[in-house]
Design a protein around this ligand. Structure first.
Ligand code: SF4
Ligand code: SF4
Length: 314
């Protein structure tokens, strides 16, 4: 496994980052024990970096894994906009993970220069926590190319976690080329980059080797967060990142199953899921939620927003 420094943070991370959304209740809903076993296996294979979020509800899984693999580098993120919300999110992370230190803490799903300005109080709070030794680095995650570029204006932001994949699926404000250009710009300005959604949330499964290869071979990506939900998937991804001779075939074979999102028929049509979806994939038709599978990136965020628990990514 190759390791690279994440920008100037001093964090030396594996190129393959364990994206833990897939094990969360809103996706595969693995038990903390099952999730921890996968994380420990990945650590044994050389993956030393994992990504989670306040939203994912999987701190218990990670906490269990840390008891066996304490040297994981942890990235988490939350929807914070001021000091209070940032402090509360950070405290939830410490409590949930059973740690008094988080390597990387990011503002989740930032959209633009204006969002970043509006959330600067939270950023400044996180920087103070860093100075006090409670956080290793501060960053932002985003699906917007414009936001990636805007991040360069904020010295507080050391890491950018952008959505990018070979087809540009899920990028909100332009093609893949624009996102890549802005990533290069912010990286040249000294920020660390770890990419998300290499398979477009599942749409690129049929050409997963080509899609994953695009990011693996990108010199501008310090690390790539890939969701993994089985031992076989971890082994295939690790082999792929280590350029094993049969890695391409294993990758294609493994990803034979296409993902889907389903809405149960007891949906009450309240529209909260549609309001939550940044991809514009949900509409309410005849009093029920309908999801356009072609627009969906299978993030599962709508599932979290549903009070009736009737959405599931399978
Ligand atoms: S949030 Fe749940 S109940 Fe409301 S419209 Fe969406 S799926 Fe239906
Ligand atoms: S429909 Fe749900 S899972 Fe799909 S992109 Fe929208 S929020 Fe994410």
């Amino acid at each position: 496994m190759e390791y690279r420094f994440l920008g100037k943070t001093g964090l030396k991370v594996s190129r393959l980052c364990f994206g833990t959304l897939t094990m969360a209740p809103m996706q595969q809903n693995l038990s903390p024990e099952e999730g921890a076993r996968l994380l420990i296996h990945a650590r044994e294979k050389g993956v030393n970096f994992l990504d989670t979020a306040d939203l994912y509800d999987n701190y218990p899984h990670i906490r269990r894994a840390l008891a066996v693999a304490p040297d994981y580098i942890i990235s988490t993120k939350a929807y914070c906009y001021d000091e209070k919300t940032a402090r509360e999110a950070l405290e939830r992370a410490y409590r949930g993970l059973g740690q008094d230190y988080v390597h990387l803490f990011m503002l989740h799903e930032q959209e633009s220069l204006y969002t970043l300005r509006g959330h600067e109080e939270a950023l400044n709070y996180l920087v103070r926590q860093k100075e006090l030794g409670h956080i290793g680095a501060v960053g932002v995650s985003t699906h917007f190319a414009g936001c990636v570029k805007a991040a360069a204006r904020f010295p507080q932001i050391e890491v950018v976690h952008p959505l990018i994949n070979i087809e540009g699926i899920g990028i909100q404000d332009g093609p893949r080329e624009l996102m890549e250009q802005n990533i290069r710009f912010v990286r040249d300005n000294g920020r660390g980059i770890f990419a998300m959604k290499p398979l477009g949330g599942g749409h690129l499964i049929a050409s997963s080797a080509e899609a994953m290869g695009y990011l693996r071979d990108a010199e501008w990506a310090d690390s790539i967060a890939a969701g993994m939900q089985s031992f076989e998937e971890i082994d295939a991804n690790v082999a792929f990142f280590e350029n094993a001779p049969d890695a391409m075939e294993r990758m294609e074979k493994l990803h034979g199953k296409k993902r889907r999102i389903i809405v149960q028929d007891y949906c009450e049509g309240c529209g909260r899921c549609a309001a939550r979806c940044r991809q514009g994939a949900i509409s309410i038709v005849d009093g029920q939620s309908h999801i356009d599978q072609d627009k969906c990136v299978f993030c599962g965020y709508c599932a979290k927003a549903c009070p009736q628990v009737c959405i599931k990514v399978v």
